[in-house]
Design a protein around this ligand. Structure first.
Ligand code: HAM
Length: 445
């Protein structure tokens, strides 16, 4: 019987693993350029951590079960609740702002489809302890730089920027209370993927007769792409007193965020789009999602501010903002743009041996070279020179080290440049000293 992987789970043969590691490498490089520290957390967590904190959609997609100790547990569908717990537990001793990142696998019982699997990697990047828009700007700039690090440009992707704070003010201007607003935001989140008539039906319990006119006003807000228009729209809302002051202050935050993003070189990637509200329950302020520029396909990344989550999980008050980028949609996009390099691991040296007597010498040299970090392949089988040379050429190695009995008697090893076809002899006791020059300039040096 042939076993298969579970639906939505992937196997990584070496070539696929090399491609995956290319993605991880770029993510890590960009996180370090912004001076974020890497952390990690458990893959299996108490089920409780996700109930209410993550929101209905994720909870309905959990891989959860009871462990042998009778505990209700779940494979992590996302990193944010674990991270908020980690931060909350050490909040007082952490130097702020806390800037952390992680690369790890996550699990959601979704219907496997293009861009969506049941096991996928995320690059999570978060900042804690800074309430102002400079932190949001830092993260969105990092997100843009990470996508650029793969060779993507402004023609390839956009970051759609929105604001749950602004939505709450707009919905307050419509006379909605907190509960009504939460329901409506859930409906707005699904707007793009839902029929207009179905949306009106869903709005009716909150807005009654007003539902259709209300949807019209919402659509108008969602169509805004320009900051000056957004500002004018917000200034014209029927808000008074404290709410009016909040709206004014919020537009200052927007202005600062957009100014910072422009200065950081991310301006071209940003698209104001209030249609983004994010499905997860914990978001509180600016929210954003990165998409392919055409708008097609599932999101490349998503995130936003979640100022209340650390406290909700038992920690102190701690403002937070972050995002996660997934590997599945990213690699699909890179492949469609031919930006995914083909990887083949090549050894620097491959040993070729005359027979068992020469194996000892080859093995001793290989051991020393390997200890210095050079990549050395050496034959496990005893085969004729012809077969070994063929294998050496196929291996992609740069140099063959040829151990023949006659050479060894003279204390030398023959080095062959497998690309140029040139050969030279090197005294074995000089090999280690000569290797750096050999790799730098080839045999002729
Ligand atoms: P999310 O929008 O649920 O946010 O996921 C972020 C990204 O993970 C998505 O844009 C997508 O690229 C990838 N992703 C999610 N589900 C799947 C799936 N089933 N298959 C393949 N890729 C997937 C969060 O997870 C938040 N915790 C992000 C965050 C961090 N917010 C603050 N900090």
């Amino acid at each position: 019987m042939q076993f298969e992987t579970l639906p939505g789970f992937r196997e990584f043969y070496p070539e696929a693993c090399a491609r995956r590691n290319h993605v991880f490498g770029r993510w890590r490089q960009v996180a370090r350029a912004f001076n974020f520290l890497e952390y990690d957390a458990p893959v299996l967590e108490p089920l409780e951590l996700y109930i209410e904190k993550s929101g209905e959609e994720i909870v309905s997609q959990l891989f959860n079960f009871e462990d042998r100790g009778g505990r209700a547990v779940a494979l992590r569908p996302e990193m944010t609740p674990s991270l908020a717990r980690l931060i909350g537990a050490k909040a007082n001793s952490l130097k702020r702002p806390v800037k952390w990142f992680n690369i790890g696998e996550h699990y959601r019982y979704e219907r496997p489809q293009k861009g969506r699997l049941r096991a996928f990697y995320q690059f999570n990047v978060d900042i804690f302890g800074e309430p102002g828009p400079t932190a949001d700007a830092e993260l969105i700039a990092l997100l843009c730089q990470a996508l650029q690090a793969f060779g993507l440009s402004a023609g390839d992707f956009k970051v759609r920027l929105s604001d749950r704070d602004l939505w709450l003010l707009m919905l307050a201007a419509e006379g909605l209370d907190e509960a009504g607003s939460a329901t409506v935001l859930g409906i707005i989140d699904k707007l793009e993927r839902t029929d207009r008539s179905k949306t009106i039906e869903k709005l009716a319990p909150v807005l009654g007769e007003q539902a259709e006119a209300f949807l019209g006003r919402i659509e108008e807000a969602i169509a805004i792409r320009d900051f000056d228009r957004l500002r004018a729209y917000i200034e014209n809302l029927p808000l008074e007193g404290d709410l009016a002051a909040q709206a004014k202050a919020r537009m200052e935050d927007w202005a600062q965020l957009l100014r910072n993003l422009k200065a950081a070189g991310a301006g071209d990637f940003i698209q104001i789009d209030l249609g983004i509200v994010r499905g997860l329950a914990y978001y509180t302020g600016f929210v954003f999602e990165a998409f392919e520029a055409s708008g097609a396909g599932r999101a490349l990344a998503g995130g936003g501010r979640y100022d209340a989550l650390v406290k909700k999980l038992g920690g102190p008050d701690m403002p937070a903002v972050g995002f996660a980028m997934g590997d599945v949609t990213l690699v699909d996009l890179l492949e469609s743009k031919s930006l995914m390099p083909e990887y083949m691991q090549r050894p620097e040296f491959i040993a070729i041996i005359g027979g068992e007597d020469e194996r000892d010498a080859a093995l001793a040299d290989a051991a020393q070279l390997r200890a210095l970090g050079y990549q050395v392949e050496y034959p496990l089988k005893n085969q004729g020179f012809g077969k070994q040379f063929k294998a050496a050429n196929q291996s992609g190695a740069r140099f063959a080290l040829i151990y023949g009995s006659e050479e060894l008697e003279r204390g030398v090893v023959k080095v062959r440049d497998l690309t140029a076809g040139t050969e030279a002899e090197i005294a074995r006791d000089q090999l280690l000293q000569q290797v750096p020059a050999l790799l730098e300039s080839g045999l002729e040096s």
